[in-house]
Each structure stands twice: as C-alpha cells, then as structure tokens.
Ligand binder design. Sequence first.
Ligand code: CAA
Length: 298
Amino acid sequence: NSTTPTTTTIDSSGFDKIGCVGLGLMGHGICQVAATSGVHSKIIAFEQEQRFLDSGNDRILKSIDKLVEKGKLTLDDANDAMGRTEFTTDMDALRDVDLVVEAVIENIDLKKDLYTSLGEICKPETIFASNTSSLSIGEMAAFSGRPDRFLGVHFFNPVQLMKVVEVIKTDDTDPIVLEKGLKWVEEIGKVSVLCGDTPGFIVNRILVPMLMQSMSLIDRKDASVKDIDVAMKLGCGHPMGPLHLADYIGLDTCYFIVSGWMEKYPDESDFFIPACLQANIEAGNLGRKTGKGFYHWE
Ligand code: CAA
C-alpha cells in the first residue's frame, strides 16, 4: 500500500545501462543527473528529432559548465559523464537498457504510442519509468506490454538542484521493480517519496491548487502579483512565490495539468482555470519560456 516506507532491502538497483527518452526541460536534467551520478556504464539519450537532441545536449553542457564553474562538479567527472552518454535519434539503441526513464511532452496519445514501440523494442527485463506529472501511470503501463515493470519517477524542476523524486506505483507494479526504482533514486543522489497512482501524486496535488488559488486572488483584484509572492515567501518560507513559480514551471504546463484534471474529475472544486491564467495562455504568455507571464523575464 501507499504507506510502504521508502527504504529498500536490495543492495543496488542493478541498472547498469539506462535510457533517457526526451531531453526537454525535465528530461535533460534527468539524463544529466543520471550521468554525473557515475553509477551507469552507459546512458542512452534519445530524442526523435535531431534538433531536440541537439538542444537537450546543449542544455546539459550549459548546466554542467555552471556546476563545474561553481566547484560542484570536477572537470574530470563532467568529461567522464559526457563520455558515457550517447546521444541518438535511433530508438533501437534502447534495446538492451535496464531502465528507460521517459520525459516526453504530456500527451497521453503520444506516450501510449511511445510505450507500445518501447515495449516491442526493449528486452523483456527493461523497466519503464515515466516522469509524467499529471497523467495516469496505469494508463500508460497498459500500453507497454509490461505493466508489472512500470512505475512513475517524478522529478522536480530544476532537476539538477531539486532533491526529491516521487516514485509512483500502480496495483500492477512488481514489488521488486518498485524497490529497484527507489534504490535507483537514492543511487543518483536524490531522496525518494512513495505515492500511489493518484492525480498530481503528492507535490502537484498540493502545489497546483495553491497556484490556482493565488491566481484567483488576482482575478478578484484582492492582491497584486508582487504582494502574493512576497506573502508566500515571507509568510510560509517558500523559496519562490506561487506566481513566480507558475511562470517558472510554465503557464502552459499549469494549464495543461489543471484542464486534464477538470476533464477527468469534474466534481473536484480544487480543479479550475482562473481567468488570468486563461488570458495569459490566449496571449501566448507562457512565463519564463516566452519571456512573459505574470512577470517579465530576461
Ligand atoms: N543547473 C545548474 N545550476 C543551476 C541550474 C541548473 N539547471 N539552475 C540554477 N542553477 C544555479 C544558478 O545559476 C545559481 O547559481 P549561482 O549561485 O552561481 O548564481 C544557483 O543554482 C542557485 O540558483 P538561484 O540563484 O536561482 O538561487 P535560488 O537559491 O533561488 O535557487 C531554486 C533556485 C532551487 C530554483 C529555488 O528558487 C527553488 O527551490 N525554487 C522552487 C522550485 C520549485 O518549487 N520547483 C518545483 C516546481 S514544480 C515541478 O517541477 C513539478 C511539476 O510537475 C510541475
């Protein structure tokens, strides 16, 4: 059950070679953290299109440079990590990996197609782990042909700095697979928390309604963007105020999460789209990624 402690009885995950599918905002960070952890002999970094592969590679290099510059990673370790990472657009390269971590865009149809292909390509023992933040793990697992070897590993942005990873199990997840997932999270230097396959898991189920409530304050003209953020930073000790954080996450991502939940759970009053969020989306102001949202970003 969901209250199982997040400790494991195994010595190691046994994940020697892993695959990272999707090198966007989250995926490049997961790939980087796995590579710099030094626990894998090979990391296959996969994107379907060369331009996305190149931008993922670029993001990793920039982040690694920053960590080296700050003395958080040695140049030798950085070179070693990059040397063990193979960037490819050939899905067949994932054939014999022990673990696939998927972080492609949050589109259930796209993910179903991807897991159908991966299920056919990867060796039977390969474990699949999705970094989805809001889709059902069970729904995706059903398409993989291996629901017992499927779990969720939900990282937080920026992956390189955020310590926690939610590990999600379904009713079908084999207990040993779950233990391996928990162990792996520890091996790459993160802290795991365990949750069932429920909308938003732990963090987003609490965080996203809070972001929506902060936008409702704007809609009602009860408080300004600045004052809401100052209030939550100094009143609750949050590192970023909720509107700053919504911009940082991406307003499209916030919108996507909530609209998916509204469709699936129409009776849940926590799930709604505030007018100011709708207006930003319609204006193409998606937060940090477009330079404008609740704030202007450099
Ligand atoms: N790689 C390497 N270094 C990075 C980096 C990255 N990806 N991102 C930031 N850094 C560096 C910065 O350059 C900075 O370096 P300097 O100290 O040399 O300037 C350092 O890390 C700290 O960054 P900041 O100056 O921005 O300082 P900070 O103390 O504000 O820390 C933060 C940044 C960790 C992001 C912090 O503000 C924070 O914890 N914010 C909240 C983030 C959060 O809540 N994330 C969860 C979002 S929800 C989510 O991800 C789930 C979902 O599904 C939607």
